[in-house]
Design a protein around this ligand. Structure first.
Ligand code: UDP
Length: 270
């Protein structure tokens, strides 16, 4: 008889902090599941191992991706909090889950680009890797059925997705996140080519505030090694360039999020 592998011999729920059955599911997306949190105004964000690309036309399960993204998103959100950028992050609960503040998501993907790549290179015919004269912020309307189309501030204001004041705040948040993330990455020899963030609205009495929501991880950034140009982000999956877990583990290792001795076993770190 075949000897069970390590993963088979332990129930996944104990080993990997799978969500407890009693939690009420609020929403399941491509890479995460949201559950009702323990207190009002909180949500438990569970990171799945599922990877999708090209509007979910390409799909796979990547062992350990959720654990790495949970850790990396915690690291970036905590760093942002420390420099005074408000985020939804409250605390990490276990290897796959984090407690976040519940918020109303602004229906936009906010993309910041420092170098041309991906859809911008295709759209404008600029070679991937070309440094842009300054960071460029783009907005896409969050609608999978439409493939998240690029929109302008005119569309956003006319359709009421965000006010002019919101847009000013979103731009300044996006640029602060860019400065922070670019610096953190540069310090470990990684170029932040571009990234996507989502913005949440929270209400405090009569006031509303905008905060960074969703996740910040190699799923939503383009990260290239400065020396070799090696891709350390989801393009490894999109373009079949090798092991996604190895790429994300390398980012985590350089940032000190995973101990050096355990890079090949990210699922064992709590
Ligand atoms: N991005 C993302 N989710 C999306 C679309 C884009 O996280 O639904 C990220 C992507 O990983 C990259 C940046 O936003 O870091 C810019 O992506 P781009 O518009 O070039 O799209 P792509 O080439 O990925 O289709």
């Amino acid at each position: 008889m075949r000897t069970p592998t390590r993963r088979e011999s332990f129930p996944l729920s104990r080993l990997e902090g799978a969500p407890m059955a009693r939690r009420k599911k609020i929403y399941e997306g491509k890479a995460k599941i949201l559950y009702e949190g323990p207190e009002p105004g909180t949500i438990v964000q569970y990171f799945k191992d599922d990877a999708t690309a090209f509007n979910a036309e390409k799909k796979d399960v990547i062992d350990g991706k959720g654990v790495l993204n949970n850790r990396l998103s915690e690291f970036f959100m905590n760093g942002l909090t420390q420099i005074g950028v408000p985020t939804h992050f409250i605390r990490r609960l276990n290897m796959r889950e984090q407690l976040v503040r519940s918020c109303e998501i602004v229906p936009l993907e906010v993309i910041v680009r420092n170098y041309a790549a991906g859809s911008m290179s295709k759209r404008l015919g600029i070679a991937e890797g070309t440094q842009l004269p300054r960071p460029i912020v783009e907005y896409c309307y969050k609608d999978d059925a439409l493939g998240d189309p690029l929109v302008t501030e005119e569309h956003i204001a006319a359709f009421g997705w965000a006010s002019q004041q919101d847009m000013d705040d979103i731009l300044s948040l996006a640029l602060r996140v860019n400065d922070f993330m670019s610096g953190v990455m540069l310090a470990v020899g990684i170029r932040l080519v571009d990234f996507k963030i989502e913005i949440g609205r929270v209400y405090e009495g009569d006031f509303q505030r905008l905060i960074i929501a969703d996740e910040i991880s190699p799923d939503s950034c383009r990260l290239w090694d400065i020396e070799t140009g090696q891709k350390l982000d989801k393009d490894v999956f999109r373009r079949d360039l090798g092991s996604l877990t190895d790429a994300y583990s390398e980012v985590a290792r350089r940032l000190g999020v995973l101990p050096k001795s355990n890079v090949s076993k990210p699922t064992l770190i709590n």
